[in-house]
Design a binder for this molecule. Structure first.
Ligand code: ADP
Ligand code: MG
Length: 383
């Protein structure tokens, strides 16, 4: 990928790039809808991501090129929100906006190219990857360094405020703090970030259904409202403050629906803890049981699964080599992740895809991934 982004840069701008950075995509491993409840979540940075190549220009022009668009787009130093084919430039422009808001020096003119081996919109957070790889490139251009927390904050602010997507801290946190053979643990109350070693030999398989519930925004909002109502009824500030014991004692005060939502969140936070304990014990079978239990809770209690996702989990969990499977991300469509050993390979994934196709008449997108490292500067040879 380093060669590809370098070539795209040279083709587009006629010289070699001075700086190359990369940032990975991520998988939500376990911790479903826990972020806005002040809970905990585990994510994995993957071995696919976005690569950014830049060189400074002295004339204040900014020229942008992505392999997903077909032309070089030019902007000036004033940030302007773009639409249509060029709207991807709002992500790196948002990073510049966020750097400014953090009191950092911002780059003037530059040439910029981006390449990716991460599919867009597969729930793997290509948006966080473009934010973090861009932020590192712009910091390098201006000779500045920031700590990981700030890098992650800049990426999130770019997406929340400039692009206008209200994402939580998982995406940027994992892309920033990711480490090969580790998971990233985030306590959303801080937020605090740390890494947890992953036992060797684990593989991720993603089955993206490309489905999205038509009412997904409204459903998200409804779950958010239900969770806030549950916290109020239980007498806590947020659901992360409610223990399982408190929940059992006080659940009679909640309507049946609100109680189901609260149970999902409170048990899910508990499952995140159990998953870490199981990883420390190198017990991937127990990790997998927690993953599948998370899915079943989504299916029956939080009701953010779909029949398509359920059918994938039903099938995967009967197969040899599969530790566990669950929907990954917000739900109401999207993708299922399976944690497997090496016995589950391309032939087995194909079998899953075939059964899915015969039932639903569409192919899932199948991706095989391992853990990967967090955002980094790959090359920097500024004069
Ligand atoms: P995801 O789940 O992949 O993060 P989002 O909708 O949040 O999906 O973000 C996808 C957006 O990120 C794309 O629409 C595009 O604007 C930007 N993006 C992703 N990959 C690239 C790329 N290779 N080049 C330019 N922009 C990209
Ligand atoms: Mg995204």
């Amino acid at each position: 990928m380093q060669k590809r982004v370098s070539e795209l840069f040279t083709q587009s701008f006629g010289s070699e790039p001075k700086i190359i950075t990369r940032a990975p995509g991520r998988i939500e491993f376990i911790g479903n809808h826990t972020d806005y409840n002040g809970g905990t979540v585990l994510g994995a940075a993957v071995d696919c991501g976005l690569w950014v190549a830049v060189s400074p220009r002295s004339d204040g022009r900014r020229r942008w090129r992505s392999a997903i668009g077909d032309t070089v787009v030019e902007t000036g130093e004033a940030l302007t929100k773009l639409e249509g084919h060029s709207s991807w430039i709002n992500y790196p422009q948002g990073v510049i906006d966020a750097m400014q808001a953090h009191g950092l020096e911002i780059p003037g003119g530059f040439d910029y190219a981006v390449e990716s081996d991460l599919p867009v919109g597969a729930g793997l957070s290509s948006s966080a990857a473009i934010e973090l790889s861009s932020a590192l490139a712009f910091l390098e251009l201006t000779g500045q360094e920031v700590d990981r927390e700030k890098l992650v904050k800049i990426g999130r602010k770019a997406e929340n405020d400039f692009v206008g997507v209200p994402c939580g801290i998982l995406d940027q946190g994992v892309s920033g703090f990711g480490k090969r053979d580790h998971l990233v643990f985030i306590d959303c109350r801080g937020p605090d970030f740390s890494t947890v070693p992953m036992p060797g030999g684990a593989h991720f398989w993603i089955f993206n259904t490309h489905t999205k519930h038509a009412l997904v925004d409204g459903l998200y909002e409804a779950r958010h409202t239900e969770c806030m109502a549950a916290a109020a009824d239980l007498g806590v500030k947020q659901l992360a403050d409610a223990s399982l014991e408190l929940f059992r004692q006080e659940m009679h005060k909640l309507s049946p629906t609100v109680a189901k939502r609260a149970r999902h969140i409170i048990e899910e936070i508990d499952r995140v803890g159990k998953t870490i304990t199981a990883m420390e014990a190198q017990d991937l079978d127990a990790v997998g049981r927690n993953l599948t239990a998370s899915h079943r809770s989504s299916q029956h209690a939080f009701e953010n699964s779909t029949p398509e996702l359920d059918s994938l989990v039903d099938q995967l969990t009967t197969m040899a080599g599969v530790y566990g499977a669950r929907l990954t991300g917000g739900g109401f469509g999207g993708a299922v992740m399976a944690l497997t050993d090496a016995r589950f390979g391309a032939a087995e994934a194909d079998q899953v895809a075939q059964v899915y196709r015969s039932r639903w008449g569409a192919d899932p997108q199948v991706l095989h991934m391992r853990t990967g490292d967090g955002a980094e500067v790959i090359q920097s040879n500024q004069a």
